[in-house]
Design a binder for this molecule. Structure first.
Ligand SMILES: Nc1ncnc2c1ncn2[C@@H]1O[C@H](COP(=O)(O)OP(=O)(O)OP(=O)(O)O)[C@@H](O)[C@H]1O
Length: 258
């Protein structure tokens, strides 16, 4: 089996409700899969089960040749990191940025203590946060900056797969684009393999190589980004694309006109 993520017959039920129904999916190494679908279609459940936060009822998740066990080892947990919609989900408010980054680095034995500070500064630089942040606390930063710090923390352990579940949706519109641009540049620089969830087709277009469409717990279409946006294979894919509001020419108000 090639590197990357491989999912076979993955099923998750919540109290009898089938949230994921025999999902088959591969994400090739160094590519980004954009996952779309209406609210309640199962996107977050897929993210959480791949991240190991939910145990599936059935199915197999493998990274490269390695099947991930139901109870994951520390080494397996390190390999898949997740960015949430709300960065506070992964940033303990009582820890300084230095502690937040160091904790993960030491826990997984990534660096020696003597190299910690240097590595923390490199991680912050990678997400365009000034080194003076090290001894500050999450609440001292804006939402966009906190999301950058959460990204630095996720990247600190050099994961094989990064999962981002609506990572820009909770941010001010003014910073959404800059965080998306950060994901795009990290993707290039670090050759990341990503599962990226968004309901925003513009975001999916900007970041994805492949697009997967979920509906009622099933994957109904998997397509290359270019093909999906030019001509989706399914009527449902087409419906999702046509629901995107378009700005018809000539609708700018006078105030916006230079
Ligand atoms: N903890 C839970 N307990 C019971 N049912 C759940 C739970 N989490 C999700 N569900 C149900 O599972 C289905 C899939 O939900 P999920 O959150 O994965 O969808 P989603 O596509 O991520 O939606 P959204 O875009 O709104 O986040 C829905 O029917 C939802 O109501």
């Amino acid at each position: 089996m090639s590197h990357g993520l491989h999912i076979k017959d993955l099923t998750v039920r919540y109290d009898g409700v089938t949230a994921l129904d025999r999902i088959q999916l591969n994400i090739e190494e160094h590519t980004t899969l954009g996952l779309v679908g209406e609210s309640g279609s199962g996107k977050s459940t897929l993210a959480r089960v791949v991240a190991g936060l939910i145990v599936p009822d059935e199915g197999i998740i493998s990274l490269g040749d390695e099947p991930l066990t139901r109870k994951r080892s520390r080494a397996q947990r390190k390999k898949i990191q997740m960015i949430f919609q709300n960065p506070d989900a992964s940033l303990n408010p009582r820890l300084s940025i230095r502690q937040l980054l160091s904790e993960a680095l030491l826990f997984h034995g990534i660096v020696r203590r003597s190299e910690l500070e240097q590595r923390c500064l490199e991680l912050l630089a990678r997400v365009q946060i000034d080194g003076s942040a090290l001894d500050r606390y999450p609440h001292e930063f804006s939402g966009g900056q906190r999301q950058r710090i959460a990204i630095a923390r996720a990247l600190s352990v050099e994961p094989e797969l990064l999962i981002a579940d609506e990572p820009t949706s909770a941010l001010d519109v003014s910073v959404q684009l800059s965080v998306l641009e950060l994901f795009s540049s990290l993707k290039q620089e670090l050759n990341l393999t990503m599962l990226f969830i968004s309901h925003d087709m513009g975001v999916i277009h900007a970041i994805s190589d492949t697009v997967a469409v979920m509906r009622h717990g099933q994957l109904v279409e998997i397509n290359s980004k270019d093909r999906f946006f030019a001509r989706p294979d399914t009527a449902y894919g087409y419906q999702l694309l046509s629901a995107v509001p378009k700005m018809p020419a000539g609708t700018y108000s006078r105030r916006d006109t230079p």
